[in-house]
Write a new protein. Sequence first.
Length: 355
Amino acid sequence: MTDLLELDGLRVSAGSREIVHGVDLSIPAGQTIAVVGESGSGKSLSMLAVMGLLSPPLRVTGGTVRLAGRELTGLPERGMRAIRGSEVAMVYQDPMTSLNPLMRVGDQVVEAMTAHGVAKAEATRRMLELLARVGIPDPKRTARAYPHEFSGGMRQRVMIACALAMRPRLLIADEPTTALDVTIQQQILALVDELRRELGMTTIWVTHDLGVVARLVDRVAVMYAGHVVEDAPVRQVFAAPQHPYTARLLAALPDPTDDTRPPLAQIRDGRPPRARSPAARSGHGARRPATSAPPAHRSSREPSPVRTLRAGSHAGCRRPSGGHDAARDQPDQAVPGTRRGRRGPRSQRRLVGAG
């Protein structure tokens, strides 16, 4: 399968401090992938780098970004404007800060098309169709409303309409349900997934919600402290996580089937290391489970080597698979659609970034 998006050694810095450390990611056309990790792990920065939307002092300081074989790194702003919206689009976390409060919502959807050369009359016709398609009632009337007159869920639907106006090949959804209540979250998730299937888009979900990951994606890339520490098919991540950080993320999930209600597992130290610390350079460092490696390994200043264990999967750790006490100490994670504890077929994994 041909890769639509390729990140090869992507590095992002703020001034002299590097924040994203050599991210490698390949996404085949038509695939849905989730980029997961805690706040500050580099998820959104990596995607903003793809879009060419990093603001100073943030900048790409290394690596390449290719879309359908075309190099985007270093492309002039005029060239990126031609690509944004038409080839790749992004739905952001908070629609209220993404939409122009002084423009009617219909005009904003129209502008997403006229900016790429669509005639005003044609754009207006398609705008009404798009608003109806994303579930906004009475588009002729509501298109004249301003963003503050819409609920959070309705504003996010407008953002989705803007993003899909030119039928892009790649859609990046950066935590699009963060500010919404649970019921509206499910509606938005279902809408984006339905439109993805309808339009045949490649989709990247940026999220820390592993429930979203389980139901909507084919693959999961786990980020920690600016590294991709695991990249594998979603069933394999839930059934047999290869990196201790992934295992701890899964262990922190509540189990609704467990009547004993044990305390949730916590990741040690509470927050990721600073960008210049040895722990950040080693990828998981001090926040590994205490028994998972000797001190010399936990304080390593070099990222773990890249390894391929099984086809299609990657993770950054010197002792993958059965080597992590974090994975052994926690009960098997139930894979959606299977009985609890049932493990899917082993998949190929490559270890990336840290460990």
